[in-house]
Each structure stands twice: as structure tokens, then as C-alpha cells.
Design a protein around this ligand. Structure first.
Ligand SMILES: [Zn+2]
Length: 401
């Protein structure tokens, strides 16, 4: 995602690299007005549909859209590409929904390209998709002229190239025609950096939801709140000032239903920043992405079940720690598993630090050392800050395989 906040204080330029998820062909105008669009679904209705699915009736239809594609791959940092992360996380999320008989899942693309069924749809329906988009724009334009719907542009995004816009509207049209119940767009963020090789300063996730005036807004917001608390159990929220609320409304992101073009509730999740250190090692990255997918899935199920979220559910534990872990060990899955165990103990991030200061990285440095010391004190072990034999034995009692 790329935006410049309207207030010049935050001259933050985020580049979900040169790519484009927004359609600004239609010029929004600021006008006062009231709610016009009718809700496409309600929390009560969609939960009732879930109850039907639980009894073996029609399943809840989920569309997962890993952001960007080969034409426009999104952010890049060293050897890590946003498209690669989006596809890997999307694949994990698909797996979780595939094993759950209450859901019917469609993955928009994988490493081989777009889902062939959708690719055929884009090709065959190209003219209808363009007309769909035109009609939605015209509708939005005339409604805004009457003042019934207000412009609500908090954050400026960059323009989408024609082909990407058409595919994104195509996904909305397909979702409407096929009675999709929930759409999840997967992205990773980027921000202005000194140069391509240096990491940026911001970290954390942000959840974008449809503008409150849109038909799919109310349910999207409720689902987002459930996903937010699950993600925040493990991961830091974005510390970029415009994203300080964690959950942000957006009127222009096509994936969320720009110009009220999507009936289904939709979430657009920026999971982290592309340059965060946990993505540099493929082993740590894999575990991290699996954890992010699991927490997303659990948040969605929490919403449908209308339940309090559980604690301690993680994709990484139980785990076997086979070697001592100490300061300086980098990009190691044992360290990531240790950090998650310490997180479940309430000791990571260590006292006085935030999740942005001490994220889950697979890197054993000051944060992990302090947390290991706190763990050792809690279990009456020598507070060495090294996860040696006795400390690992205690970890195995609590979280071992
Ligand atoms: Zn992106």
C-alpha cells in the first residue's frame, strides 16, 4: 500500500511497492449527508448461516486474495517479495479453512498464478466487469451529488493500472454473483527507507475495513475486531501514526468494495512490514506466516461462534528445543518457538517493552535474554538469560512435544 497522510506532519510514504490497490478514477467530493446504502448482510444473519453450515447445510464461502501478482509484485526487501509472503500466508490460510467443514474456501491465486476458474472469468467477462465498474462509479457519483453519502478519504493511495483495477473489480463482481460471505485480502506493508537495502523504522499490522457507509461495513468491522485481538495476542500493531487505531476504514480500496461494489464483508490485512527481520530466514518465516494465518482463522471463527477467544492456541507449539539458546543466535526456529512460549507465559515482550520493541523474530538478542531471565525467576531457576538444559526442561514440561 502507498499513501501520504493528508496532514503534512506525517510525511510518511508507504509504498506497497508501486502497486496499486486503489481506484481513483472516480473523483470523490466532500459533502455532508446521511447513510444511503442498505446493509448487504447483518451480524445476526451471517451467524445464522454459520449455524446452518454447522448442521451440514450450505457452507460459509470465503474468498482469500493474496495481494499483487506477477505484473505488479508489491514491496520488495532484499530477497523477500511481498507477493511471495502474500502467497505463502494465503496458502496457509486456505489450508486451515479446507480442514474446516463449515467453510468453503476459494484461493484467488497461488505460486502458479491466478485460480484458473477466476482467470477464465476475468477473460470471458472483461466487458461486463468494465461495465460493472462504470455503473458502480456512476451510482456512487450521483449519490454523492445528492449528499446522501459522504466522501471519507482519510488516507491517499496511488492509482491502479487498468488491468489490476479490472481484476479487482472482477473479483468483487464474481464474489457478488457467487454469494461469497467473506473476502480476505492479504498484504505486507512498506514505508519510505533510506535505500533499498536498509530496513525502515516502523513495524506491525493494520486492518483496513470498508467505509462505514458501505453495505458490507457493519459485519466487516465486527469480524475485523475479532481478528485484531487474535493478531494482537502475538504481533505488534502498526506504529505508523495514521494507522494508530489498528482498524481503519477505507472508501477507495477496491478489495473492500470501493463505490459500494462488494456485498460480502471484507478485510484488507497488512500483516507486517516487508523488511521485518523474521522474514529473512525461510524457516522462521514459514512458522511466522503459519502463526499469522492461524490467528486470522481463529479470529474469524471467534466471530462466527460469537465466543470469547481462547488463549494459548498457536501453530508453533508444542515444540522440542534440542539445543541451548543464548545471545546472538539468529534466524533460528528454536528461538521463535522460545519467544512464542515466553509470549504465552506473559513474559514476551519483557516488562517495559512493547511488541514493536520486541517482536517475534527468531533472533536471540536483549529482548529474549530479558524474557528468559524472567522465565527462570518465575520457575526458580538460575537467572542466566541462557536457555540451557534446566530451562529447556521446564519449557518441555509446559510446551514440549
Ligand atoms: Zn500490498
Amino acid at each position: 500500500m502507498y499513501y501520504v497522510h493528508r496532514h503534512a506532519i506525517y510525511l510518511l510514504i508507504l509504498l506497497c511497492a508501486l502497486i496499486i490497490i486503489v481506484d481513483k478514477n472516480f473523483d470523490m467530493r466532500s459533502q455532508s449527508g446521511s447513510i444511503f446504502f442498505v446493509d448487504s448482510t447483518t451480524v445476526k444473519k451471517i451467524r445464522a448461516e454459520f449455524e446452518t453450515a454447522k448442521k451440514g447445510g450450505e457452507r460459509i464461502k470465503v474468498l482469500i486474495v493474496p495481494g499483487h501478482d506477477k505484473e505488479a509484485g508489491g514491496a520488495v526487501f532484499k530477497k523477500v517479495s511481498e507477493l511471495g509472503l502474500n502467497l505463502e500466508l494465503g496458502g496457509k490460510l486456505e489450508e486451515l479453512f479446507l480442514t474446516d467443514t463449515r467453510f468453503d474456501v476459494t484461493l484467488a491465486q497461488d505460486s502458479k498464478g491466478y485460480n484458473p476458474m477466476l482467470q477464465t472469468y476475468f477473460t470471458e467477462k472483461n466487458d461486463q466487469i468494465l461495465e460493472f465498474r462504470r455503473q458502480k462509479h456512476l451510482g456512487m457519483y450521483s449519490i454523492q451529488k445528492t449528499g446522501l453519502v459522504q466522501s471519507n478519504v482519510q488516507v491517499q493511495h496511488n492509482n491502479a493500472p487498468g488491468d489490476t483495477v479490472t481484476k479487482l473489480y472482477g473479483l468483487n463482481m464474481w464474489a457478488n454473483e457467487n454469494g461469497i460471505d467473506l473476502v480476505i485480502h492479504i498484504h505486507f506493508n512498506d514505508t519510505a527507507r533510506k535505500n533499498v537495502r536498509s530496513a525502515g523504522e516502523n513495524s506491525g499490522f493494520a486492518l483496513y475495513i470498508p467505509d462505514h457507509q458501505y453495505s458490507n461495513a457493519a459485519v466487516s468491522k465486527n469480524i475485523a475486531q475479532n481478528v485484531y485481538v487474535r493478531l494482537f495476542d502475538r504481533f505488534p500493531q502498526s506504529d505508523v501514526p495514521p494507522e494508530k487505531d489498528g482498524i481503519l476504514e477505507d472508501q477507495q480500496l477496491i478489495g473492500l468494495g470501493a463505490s459500494n461494489s462488494l456485498d460480502a464483508p471484507s478485510l484488507f490485512i497488512e500483516y507486517a512490514y516487508i523488511y521485518e527481520p523474521q522474514f529473512q530466514s525461510s524457516v522462521v518465516r514459514k512458522l511466522w506466516l503459519h502463526e499469522a494465518a492461524l490467528q486470522t482463522y481463529l479470529g474469524i471463527v471467534d466471530f462466527f461462534e460469537n465466543r470469547e477467544r481462547g488463549v494459548g492456541e498457536t501453530a508453533v507449539l508444542p515444540y522440542s528445543w534440542m539445543q541451548d539458546l543464548s545471545m546472538g543466535i539468529k534466524n533460528h526456529p528454536d528461538v521463535l518457538a522460545l519467544q512464542i512460549a515466553l509470549n504465552l507465559e506473559g513474559l514476551y515482550p519483557p516488562q517495559g517493552s512493547t511488541k514493536n520493541d520486541c517482536p517475534l523474530t527468531g533472533i536471540f538478542f536483549e529482548c529474549t535474554k530479558r524474557a528468559v531471565k524472567a522465565f527462570q525467576k518465575k520457575y526458580h531457576l538460575e537467572a542466566s538469560g541462557i536457555a540451557e538444559r534446566l530451562t529447556r526442561a521446564q519449557l518441555h514440561i509446559l510446551y514440549g512435544k
